[in-house]
Design a protein around this ligand. Sequence first.
Ligand code: AVJ
Length: 330
Amino acid sequence: MAGDTSSVLAEDGPDAAASETTADAHAEFAQAVLEGLARQKRSLPSRFLYDARGSELFEEITRLKEYYPTRAETALLQTHGADIAEHVGEADSLVEFGSGSSRKTSLLIGALEGLETYIPIDVSETYLAEAAEWLAPQHDGLTITPLVADFTKTDALPDTARGQKLGYFSGSTIGNLTRDEAMAFLLNAAQLLGRDSAFLVAIDLKKSPDILIPAYDDAEGVSASFSLNLLTRINRELDGNFDIARFAHRAIYNEPEGRIEIYLESLAGQTVNVLGRDFAFAEGERIHTEFSHKYSIEGFQALAATAGWRGVTAWTDPDGLFSLHLLRRD
Ligand code: AVJ
């Protein structure tokens, strides 16, 4: 048998608080949407983009010619896997925050000799189940314990997380968080992973808007479909009546803040109803859906240092688009 895959929705143990029943998840989504739409500056949390369809669309984004991050990180793991493993040293348990499809992780797991346990954390149960099924046969003897949770709120690991821990935060997903949120996340991860742990964090680097904008607003419109799917999800799950044709995907680069900002813009004056409540939109009014922060190597290492993580090494691709940082907690 190729490793044990425990049940995706853990019913007990330290992770029970982090896992959610379907009813809880629905209530949380409803509350976040009603609150977010009622705000002066309307906004919806980006984690809700990843329902089954959203996860599928994101996979499609990763294959776009304009979207360089996934290819760059995969190449870094392929080229420097052995070097990364050497710098990591002993690692018994790998904890991945926002694991998604775990495709890149397989390369990291392959490079780490002696890894016993893999704990992928993701809000998407579909993603987790599929990822575990795909990974298990490739890594004989690896124990996989998926955790359905919001990785920013995870405060306990399942008891299969033994020994020396390595955290992995791939995809530059940390960019979804504001700098303050990123610092809080790094502090929490330091607590969760414990003393002597290491943390491999993927960071997208600052670069020209000529490269950045198309990565978030591609010619085929896959990025637009990914954003707009959030409105489709609200219509389906929260009895909404968004007219998808009357909203448009907008991606801008906020240079002073060093981040891509994504919005859904109302193309007309219109009133939308969600769970029995009306929300009036002016033409041109926007709903913020995502940030994607970009860092410099030094800028990220300084942020990590404020959360108690020492930068050991950073690897970058030849074009300087993307980076992988190995951090350590003493
Ligand atoms: C999954 C957060 C890394 O910010 O590049 C891609 C999400 N959104 N296109 C990113 C995303 C629109 C992506 N992360």
